[in-house]
Design a protein around this ligand. Structure first.
Ligand code: AMP
Ligand code: MG
Length: 531
């Protein structure tokens, strides 16, 4: 049987070019002046493969046939170390919920190696592969439910066109893991699992912050220079100007990523600086969620339910807040606050028009008119009047005909194309109905002013308004089945999300509002960080 090691081209740079923690024992500690510590994945009792992503395997040059090999399972469950590699955990810090938390690091992620394929390099990282020097008081493991969520969502986000880390494989470890899901003293054993994640790099804002916080400018510079050399090489040789350009591009990428989140209704849930990728990729799928009812104030994360710091509408501002922390961390290398402040100002100035354009695309508006901004704001207001499903509303809005005569339409007949989006259609009366009537009258007027045919608009809208997103309850249905040993739905969903913008008649049942049973169910509307 072919060995996975023979199929991959190992090309390690992070651990070769950056300073290593000299201590090689796997004991929990503060790690100074080092970008990482060597760490060996924990052996698993009885690993079984649940699912693999062939698209991610393609990235690293692994043919389909190899995904079923014993060697693949051994490597990507952590039981076998690839020859010539030395796995490691990264050192980083972070601001958690607005407060500096000191050293965090890869507490349960272990980088296996980096590989090169078709001119690109990819870091392969196991999540849930056992303790590292950064595990603090936790076990370094991950449970099946959170691993399913990470695996499916990473791939779904990619196919939705949202910058993200990828997932190669999902395997059961055969070990049991103790978790207290609701943090209420009711711990229980759950199935352990491990996901292999893939990205050009897993460096986060927090990797830079940790050195700045320790006034270790020397290691900070090494990490910044490394990041630019390998991931931002088009910016040129290291210099103060290059560092400024680096922050500017990180800011732009972060902003673009967040505009995509707002477009598809994704709420990350834990936008701490240790969970923001320096490459502008969505990273660390924890208690994330998808807007079902369009509610700007929603967050899926129960740990954040009081403050709602990471609610949907706050994501752009938190992106900026996190960039400020990154700017502070880079300051010792630049020693001039002005260009850094300018970048943060630019973020603010650029977000508005980017969001505006994205919303115009969702509405299928061509050209621009002075009233577009108001039209968008009023729609956002209308969507909050009675619970309205975001995905269904925008997807079906493409079916609205600009010839509709609202004046002569009976009652709420004009809403028929989008009616399926309303959770309580009986609430569409009085002022609410009047508000919608006005809005659609304005929408028709706008389409008449500068839009081409309905069919053209629909084609354009259908590539920005997904038909299928990983609704919170869908992930939970897949998890419940998997807990009972049935993994079919995981693969069905993986397949469904390969084409989230396409009509898939056989999968139409997933183009539906959240069922009532899921409204207040743990895992569907409430998620804790316990994973
Ligand atoms: P998160 O909020 O999930 O991104 O995690 C914050 C920090 O806690 C990171 O340093 C993680 O590596 C660490 N962490 C989370 N869960 C575990 C775990 N089960 N074992 C060890 N470290 C963990
Ligand atoms: Mg994290």
């Amino acid at each position: 049987m072919a060995l996975i090691a023979d199929k991959l081209t190992i090309k390690e740079t992070f651990s070769k070019e950056l300073p290593a923690d000299p201590i090689q024992e796997n004991t929990r500690r503060q790690v100074e002046k080092a970008a990482f510590s060597y760490a060996t994945p924990k052996k698993t009792a009885n690993p079984t493969l649940i699912s693999t992503s062939k698209e991610t395997a393609d990235l690293i040059g692994l043919p389909d046939a190899d995904l079923k090999s014993e060697s693949f399972l051994n490597v990507f469950s952590g039981n076998e170390i690839l020859e010539g590699t030395k796995p490691y955990a990264m050192c980083y810090g972070g601001h958690q919920f607005g407060h500096w938390a000191g050293q965090l690091g890869d507490g349960r992620a272990i980088n296996l190696t980096e590989v090169e394929y078709q001119g690109k390099t990819w870091a392969l990282q196991l999540k849930g592969a056992g303790p590292t020097p950064y595990s603090r008081s936790a076990d370094g493991l991950a449970v099946l439910r959170s691993s399913i969520r990470e695996f499916l969502c990473s791939e779904a986000m990619f196919h939705l066109g949202v910058p993200t880390t990828r997932a190669l494989s999902l395997a059961l470890t055969g070990d049991e893991v103790l978790r207290d899901v609701l943090y209420n003293g009711n711990s229980a054993y759950e199935k352990g699992a491990v996901v292999c994640r893939v990205a050009p790099s897993f460096i986060r804002f927090g990797n830079f912050e940790i050195f700045a916080s320790r006034r270790d400018t020397e290691t900070l510079k090494k990490l910044v220079d490394y990041t630019i050399k390998h991931h931002y090489s088009h910016l040129g040789a290291p210099s103060k100007e290059t560092y400024v350009a680096f922050l500017r591009e990180v800011a732009q990428r972060t902003m673009k990523m967040i505009v995509h989140w707002q477009r598809v209704g994704f709420v990350h849930g834990v936008m701490n600086t240790d969970n923001l990728s320096i490459l502008g990729l969505t990273i660390d799928y924890g208690p994330y969620g998808w807007l079902e009812g369009y509610d700007h104030g929603w967050t899926p994360n129960t740990t954040d339910r009081q403050q709602k710091r990471y609610r949907f509408e706050n994501q752009p501002d938190i992106g900026l807040w996190n960039l400020l922390k990154l700017a502070n961390a880079l300051y010792p290398l630049i020693e001039d606050a002005k260009p850094l402040e300018d970048i943060l100002q630019e973020y603010k100035a650029n977000y508005e028009p980017a969001y505006h354009q994205m919303m115009k695309d969702k509405l299928g508006l061509e050209g621009s008119t002075e009233s577009d901004k108001e039209l968008i704001q009023q729609l956002e207001e209308a969507l909050h009047l009675t619970e309205t499903d975001m995905t269904i509303f925008f997807r079906n809005l493409a079916n609205f005909k600009k010839e509709t005569n609202i004046e002569t339409a009976l009652d709420k007949e004009f809403l028929n194309p989008v009616l399926a989006a309303f959770y309580k259609p009986e609430e569409l009366t009085g002022n609410i109905l009047a508000f919608w009537k006005t809005w659609f009258t304005n929408y028709i007027e706008r389409l008449t002013v500068s839009n081409s045919f309905d069919a053209v608009r629909k084609t354009k809208m259908d590539v920005v308004n997904p038909k299928y997103v990983l609704r919170n309850y869908m992930a939970q249905v897949a998890i419940d089945a998997a807990d009972n040993g049935d993994y079919q739905l995981i693969n069905d969903f993986l397949d469904l999300f390969r084409q989230p913008y396409a009509e898939q008649p056989a999968m139409e049942k997933w183009f539906a509002k959240r069922p009532e049973w899921a409204r207040n169910k743990v895992g569907c509307s409430m998620l804790s960080c316990s994973s």
